[in-house]
Design a binder for this molecule. Sequence first.
Ligand code: DWN
Length: 407
Amino acid sequence: MPQCRICGSDIEAFMSFGQMPIANGFLTPDQFADEYFFELAPAICGNCSMVQIIDQPDPSKMFHENYAFFSGTSKYMQVHFAAFAAAVQERHLSGSDDPFVVELGSNDGIMLRNFASQNIRHLGIEPSKNVGDAARESGVNTICEFFGEDVAGQIVGEYGQADALLAANVMCHIPDLTGVAKGAHALLKPDGVLVFEDPYLGDVVEKTSYDQIYDEHVFVFCALSVANAFGRHGFELIDVEPQITHGGSMRYTLAKKGARQASEAVTVLIAKETALGLDRPETFDKFRQNCEASRDQLMAVLNDLREKGVRVLGYGATSKSTTVMNYCGITPAHIAFISDTTPTKQGKCTPGAHVPVKPYEDFVADYPAYTVLFAWNHSREIMEKEQAYKAAGGKWINFVPKVAIQE
Ligand code: DWN
């Protein structure tokens, strides 16, 4: 029987999305034969309420020198991280003479550059070398490591304890959350804070955004599970703030037990989650049914267009789209190619489904009749940018929160 990564209780999958490749494992046809697959099956722990995938590929298969995702590809995300940094500075650094901020999974430096530009002491810890190099080149102090107690000890030895440890869309990627919690406890000053945000389970359940579940996302958090997981290692959840990013995220602030007063928002959110049943198996049985219905409806639309010979493209070769395409059975016969602005994805094929990825210019050069919006979490930015496509009669196929054609 598999065991919960947080508390060791036995866990059982509430559904399976089937065999999945590495979500960011974009590849060329000569690599198809050796492609790695694993079973993507999420579970909820009946003891500590943590939603997690049962099997996760080895981290070195997912995060390496060719990691495909660069955070800076969205202009709204740049604005979001500037605001995140400003909030941390105002709330948590103002009392410190020479503040020190550390970020886990700092990617291309999109958040820390806001501290670097003000000469605030900072350090990014990024396991994927290529994105870490990009950060360093832009003046963001970065080391290439996986964070844990050892690395925390080395940082304290070199820089002293930190005022704030930040992580954005990173914590849910780390299977050894216990190691991170222990490392965070060692790294932070007595009144230091751990602030992180990740896609929120409440939104995933409510919007049937099952595409947030893939190899990199070993956990899908809510306040209940975060309070339980970090409570075991001397932390207390002291604040929660919903975010619109990535289709609905939550920012969690934790402090060492007894160091700070918890806000009312924590009590309110935990009560709401309990009422919604985010700690109950029935909720996830219903979620499974909703995923199946979403899959069937999306395929009905795509099969119909294929039979009619209509040209369909995809927009945004997201990590999330790997779950959608492989779970639903989307092939190059349904979607001719996916447009993506990331140079390292272009000229390759999507994992598992093997749909070609082409530069954005190819989308603009010959608009399709229909486009599946895989990067639905960036919908606002994309709709603003793609008014000419709409004016030319192009239609969007959405699948979150419902499968629908947007005229
Ligand atoms: O947690 C994670 C999140 C934060 O980022 C990681 N595990 C990996 C990654 O997930 P994702 O790939 O699902 O993230 P995005 O931000 O939804 O990816 C957007 C993709 O769409 C990128 O490949 C860039 C592309 N894009 C585009 O082609 N045109 C994005 C925008 C906004 C555009 O206008």
